[in-house]
Design a protein around this ligand. Structure first.
Ligand SMILES: N[C@@H](CCC[C@H](N)C(=O)O)C(=O)O
Length: 292
């Protein structure tokens, strides 16, 4: 099967974007994996699919697959690229776009300088809703948000890390580190991602607080491994940091792929806002084996 694609990136988190506004491609999980493969396919952390609005009150549907082929609920950097794609491809004239995702409606807004701000909705901090299994665990209170112990039994040192479980529509486990460049992101990230206390697996964030308005962040993503940036990971880290009393309401998040700005007023009903870049890289056509 021949399909046309657009390659995009937001702070170095890279995407293959597919247009299904006229017809479904009907790709299998193996075909999504093929597209994301950096040797045999195009290469991407996630595949983003644009579909027509499924109901009134929204402009499009936004479907997200991780590089491992699994469909997921949310992708923040992808949301900015999605908005830029539908606008620049002439699929809408709107600059504020309402988008249906698996985890609810989000609202990206395009700025004249090419950056995009996304209303990412309300964070969820209740462990059961992340979901995170707290049975038998004793949390420590820090500020208004708890820290939970997570024993990494598979690690050489059998370390226990202290995490905040946060859902931004998708699950995150955020931990504080002294120096993000020295953090064992690959080793611990892979153990946290598949820890039995996270029944839907999890994205593992490693946050170094620089000052009350600035953090450094690396994220080992569920289904993709460490990426150059994770938008929902940045939102989750800032929500945890504000809850722990370490951060102010507007925070610059430095990632290996660029800068994201996250704003959250701190109330249970307040939405998280994320601003950052969204760029086109190239377009093309690829032959995908029908047998996959
Ligand atoms: N890169 C993303 C998150 C993509 C989904 C994530 N790996 C998951 O499985 O939940 C972002 O920018 O938010």
């Amino acid at each position: 099967m021949q399909i046309r694609f657009t390659k995009m990136q937001g702070a170095g988190n890279d995407f293959v974007v597919l247009d299904e506004t006229r017809a479904r491609l009907g790709l299998t999980a193996a075909q999504y994996r093929y597209l994301a493969n950096r040797h045999f396919g195009v290469g991407a952390d996630q595949i983003l699919t644009v579909r027509p609005a499924p109901s009134e009150g929204v402009d499009f549907e936004y479907v997200i697959h991780n590089a491992d082929g699994g469909e997921v609920e949310q992708c923040g950097n992808g949301a900015r690229c999605f908005a830029r794609y539908v606008h620049d491809k002439g699929l809408t004239g709107k600059r504020v776009i309402r988008v249906q995702t698996l985890s609810g409606v989000i609202a990206p807004e395009l700025h004249a300088d090419g950056r995009v701000t996304v209303d990412m909705g309300r964070p969820e901090l209740e462990p059961a809703k992340v979901p995170f299994d707290i049975r038998g665990l004793a949390p420590e209170a820090l500020g208004t948000t708890q820290k939970w112990p997570l024993a990494l039994d598979g690690s050489a040192s059998a370390a226990t890390v202290w995490i905040a479980p946060v859902s931004m529509g998708n699950p995150h486990a955020v931990q504080l580190v002294d120096d993000v460049e020295q953090a064992p992101v690959a080793a611990w990230g892979s153990l946290i991602e598949r820890h039995t206390r996270f029944p839907q697996r999890v994205n593992a964030g490693f946050m170094q607080v620089v000052n009350r308005g600035e953090i450094r962040l690396r994220v080992y993503e569920r289904g993709a491994g460490e990426t150059l940036a994770c938008g929902t990971g940045a939102c989750a880290a800032v929500v945890a940091g504000i809850g722990w009393g370490l951060l102010d309401a507007r925070v610059h998040v430095h990632t290996h792929g660029g800068l994201l700005t996250i704003e959250w007023a701190g109330g249970a009903g307040d939405s998280v806002r994320m601003t950052g870049p969204a760029e086109f890289v190239f377009e093309g056509q690829i032959e995908i084996p029908d047998t996959l």
